[in-house]
Design a protein around this ligand. Structure first.
Ligand SMILES: [Zn+2]
Length: 374
């Protein structure tokens, strides 16, 4: 079994750009197998034929079952020449391991496995590792949860190893997330020559009226541990390469991050009534989204907080900020929090994890495991 740093380097060296696997799940099976875990590889095929590799591994049969959830897929590295070290080389330089996935979140997986290696626990420890968190997220954790239900696998508490720390390792635990969904607004007119505007109908002014109304109203002022809900216009497009043509239609996109003051449905109703008040014809589509959630006070949250306090000297803040993660699916089957490395370099060029943070995180996970089963 590799030590912490070698394990982290080894994981980064698999080119598991979502949804590719590059052999990383087989490697995890070997590693966890050697630590006494019973491993279930759970591949599911995407609509496009690509296969998402997932793993559920459990050590022990008794309850409680403490689960660590995470993903081995990473976002694309971008232009390799922009990196100071090749993105999949996992070079050590300046006290850090450099590479795509170092903080999001192969480092946390290496830390948790290293923590488990040295723990003698009661109950069970499990790992739920997916390969499509950074992609469509349709054939990963969602499918594994269905499998867990079919096999009567109960998770009593789950910690997701996403990079939640803000400035210092251990300063933030995520205890919920805002809901998220996107909207696509289309206004149709009649295409024509700009010289004969009376023979055409320009959809752009109507779209501007609709977007002005959408953008005007604040949704709310916030909710316990949540930021205010927010609607952000993200794109306006007519696909018009010519300057002498009135376009036939215009499309705008927006995304909403919302707290439990709303549900997706109540927000859709709110948006529709705002747009209807403008009184111009439009069409509106809403691809699937996610609802907000908040993990209410749980003794295991306090134990995680205590573990962080003991290892770093300060207590973490409980936060719900940031983007979505697979915790939004896990919350349906178990109390879930997220805690991991510092997120400032996630998805960026020159992503890297400091060796010190990696070691501190391992000690926190180890201390948490001890407190959880005490
Ligand atoms: Zn992540």
């Amino acid at each position: 079994m590799l030590n912490l740093i070698d394990l982290c380097q080894k994981l980064i060296r698999f080119q598991s750009t979502t949804p590719q696997d590059d052999g990383i799940m087989d490697f995890l099976v070997q590693t966890l197998d050697s630590l006494g875990f019973c491993c279930h590889l759970l591949p599911y095929t995407n609509e496009d034929g690509s296969v998402v590799h997932n793993l559920y591994a459990r050590r022990g049969t008794d309850s409680p079952n403490l689960c660590f959830a995470g993903h081995v897929d990473v976002v694309p590295s971008g232009v390799e020449s922009s990196w100071s070290h090749p993105p999949f080389a996992a070079n050590i330089h300046d006290g850090a391991i450099w590479g795509r996935g170092a903080v999001d979140m192969k480092g946390a997986i290496a830390a948790f496995i290293s923590a488990v290696k040295n723990s003698d626990h009661k109950g069970s420890i499990s790992l739920l590792i997916t390969g499509d968190e950074e992609g469509a997220a349709t054939h990963g954790t969602v499918k594994v949860i269905e499998w867990l239900k079919e096999h009567n696998e109960v998770i009593d508490f789950c910690i997701v190893g996403e990079p939640t720390s803000d400035k210092l390792i251990g300063d933030t635990i995520k205890v919920g997330r805002r809901g998220s969904f996107s909207g696509i607004l289309t206004v149709t007119g009649i295409q024509g020559h700009v010289a004969y505007p009376h023979k055409a109908y320009n959809p752009i002014p109507n779209m501007l009226k609709l977007l002005t109304a959408l953008n005007a109203a604040a949704l709310d002022t916030g909710y316990d541990r949540f930021q205010p809900s927010n609607l952000e216009i993200t794109s306006i497009d007519v696909g018009n390469a010519a300057s002498n043509v009135i376009p036939e239609s215009i499309r705008a996109k927006f995304n909403i991050r919302f707290n439990p003051n709303f549900t997706r449905l109540s927000l859709i109703e709110h948006i529709q009534s705002t747009l209807n008040a403008v009184d111009v014809p439009y069409t509106l589509d809403f691809p699937k989204g996610s609802e907000p959630f908040l993990t209410s006070a749980h003794p295991s949250m306090d134990k995680l907080s205590q573990a962080i306090q003991e290892e770093t000297g300060s207590s973490p803040e409980y936060s719900t900020s940031g983007g979505t993660s697979d915790a939004r699916f896990i919350k349906d089957i178990a109390p879930v929090v997220e805690f991991g490395l510092i997120n400032s370099l996630a998805h960026k060029v020159d992503e890297r994890v400091s060796l010190k943070d990696l070691e501190v995180l391992t000690r926190i996970y180890k201390r948490f495991i001890d407190l959880y089963f005490a």
